[in-house]
Design a protein around this ligand. Structure first.
Ligand SMILES: [Zn+2]
Length: 450
């Protein structure tokens, strides 16, 4: 008669198996211990903090006195560090890597955007502590595929929110892959539907002052019917007036070229919009850093010499960019910048007073604005040139973007249950915001990449 295992033996075997299975689960706990926690809610930072991460999510938040670190946890020593939510870059262009000539870039590299360029940009952003990014204007398939490959963990990068192609009156020649022209209200609805069905997160509209009112109305109402926010440029006064009239949710840039300030009627319209509580906040992403750093960048091209922007970028593209940025003071794109810089602070101040919720975004990827450094530079200018208090600046890069995308149940603050998107940096970022230029620890969805 073959020997049959006894019942107690089976129980023992079962227990051993269970222990065997539970042991790795236990080891998944990561504990960030001893840091000064800025949790994203804006309150007093918590000294000697403990953050426990279980898998992708935050399991508990406390202090070394109140929250024991479980035995076997992987401890990250954060003493002397600021610990804060992963940053959001609310206005990135992953299809660009800082090359100053768009015509050349599009003609030469469109085919390499999805497999080489966007992944490099994404990796650089993540390395800079950006765990969520909004990519506003790129070919549709490339946007969706890169977003999905990041989400699956196939390539490194922030959680992406994408618009796919810009919607506008007419694409500029050679840009049809990422700019869709609108011809009539029906076409506007059809294009928004196509984008929504494909799964974009937002609709991006530019040059809306060249569209008919019926077209703008169609874009916004169709987007809202599909629960997609509409993000629009604000370069010209009528872009803002029409955007507000038809219910755009967010504006980009401080616009209006060298105009000394936003006209009074526009400020009044913004105030009327922000007073409508039922519509939620009106968001504004000023992307303002470049104005203040342009002359410095030309005189001291340290950020070009820093090889951080070359991470994952193929050698031939690095060589092309290097060659093109040799004379950083000679780009047509930037010749008007010193004049715009003189009026930017006033317009920023007007926006601050108008009741909009300001977001950190940079136009990352445009000429000389590299993904490895764009976000901290924007924060630095807000704090050190525009007088924004550091906590508000950080919340414009953490809490508010998550709220604006209606994902604040999972993102934007460090608290129990949310995804563990956390960065840590040596020193006190509330005193020295530019410490964010060298983030020491980057954790996204519980996975440490730096
Ligand atoms: Zn942009």
């Amino acid at each position: 008669m073959p020997m049959r295992p006894s019942r107690p033996l089976l129980c023992l075997l079962f227990s051993v198996l269970c222990l065997g299975l539970s042991a790795p689960a236990q080891a998944k706990i990561t504990a960030l211990v001893g840091g000064r926690l800025i949790d994203g809610w804006g309150g007093t930072p918590i000294n000697n903090s403990v953050v426990l991460i279980d898998g992708e999510r935050i399991k508990a938040v406390g202090t070394v006195d109140t929250l024991p670190v479980p035995a076997g946890a992987e401890v990250v020593d954060c003493r002397g560090m600021s610990v804060l939510p992963g940053l959001w870059e609310c206005h990135a262009h992953l299809m660009l890597l800082g090359h100053p000539d768009y015509t050349h870039w599009d003609a030469t590299y469109l085919k390499r955007i999805e497999k080489e360029i966007m992944p490099a940009a994404a990796h650089q952003l993540l390395n800079a502590g950006v765990t969520s990014a909004m990519d506003l204007g790129a070919p549709l398939e490339a946007s969706l595929n890169v977003r999905s490959r990041i989400a699956k963990g196939e390539i490194a990068g922030p959680t992406l929110y994408v618009s796919g192609p810009f919607l506008q009156h007419q694409p500029y020649p050679g840009t049809e892959a990422f700019r869709w022209g609108i011809t009539g209200a029906d076409d506007a609805r059809a294009k928004v539907k196509q984008l929504a069905d494909a799964g974009v997160n937002v609709i991006k509209v530019v040059d809306q002052d060249e569209m008919t009112e019926a077209e703008i109305e169609a874009v916004v109402s169709e987007a809202h019917a599909r629960k997609l926010p509409v993000i629009a440029h604000s370069h010209r006064p009528d872009e803002i007036r029409l955007g507000l009239k038809f219910g755009v949710d967010r504006f980009e840039h401080t616009g209006l070229a060298t105009a000394p300030e936003f006209p009074a009627d526009i400020i009044k319209l913004i105030q009327e919009r922000t007073a409508k509580m039922s519509l939620g906040p009106l968001y504004w992403c000023p992307t303002i850093e470049g104005f203040f750093n342009y002359e410095y960048n030309v005189a001291n091209p340290m950020h070009i010499i820093d090889p951080g922007w070359q991470l994952d970028v193929p050698a031939d593209i690095v060589a092309d960019i290097k060659g093109a940025v040799k004379q950083p003071g000679r780009f047509a794109y930037y010749q008007i910048t010193p004049l715009r810089a003189k009026t930017s602070a006033a317009k920023f101040a007007q926006l601050q007073k108008s009741g909009v919720v300001l977001l950190i975004g940079t136009d990352s990827g445009i000429p000389m604005k590299f993904h490895n450094q764009s976000t901290w530079r924007e924060l630095d200018i807000w704090v050190n040139k525009l007088g924004v208090d550091p906590m508000s600046a950080l919340r414009a890069a953490t809490y508010w973007p998550a709220v604006s995308m209606k994902v604040d149940q999972d993102y934007g603050t460090i608290q129990e249950g949310k995804f563990a998107d956390i960065i840590a940096v040596k020193g006190d970022v509330l005193r020295y915001i530019d410490l964010l230029q060298r983030v020491d620890v980057v954790i996204k969805h519980g996975k440490r990449s730096k």
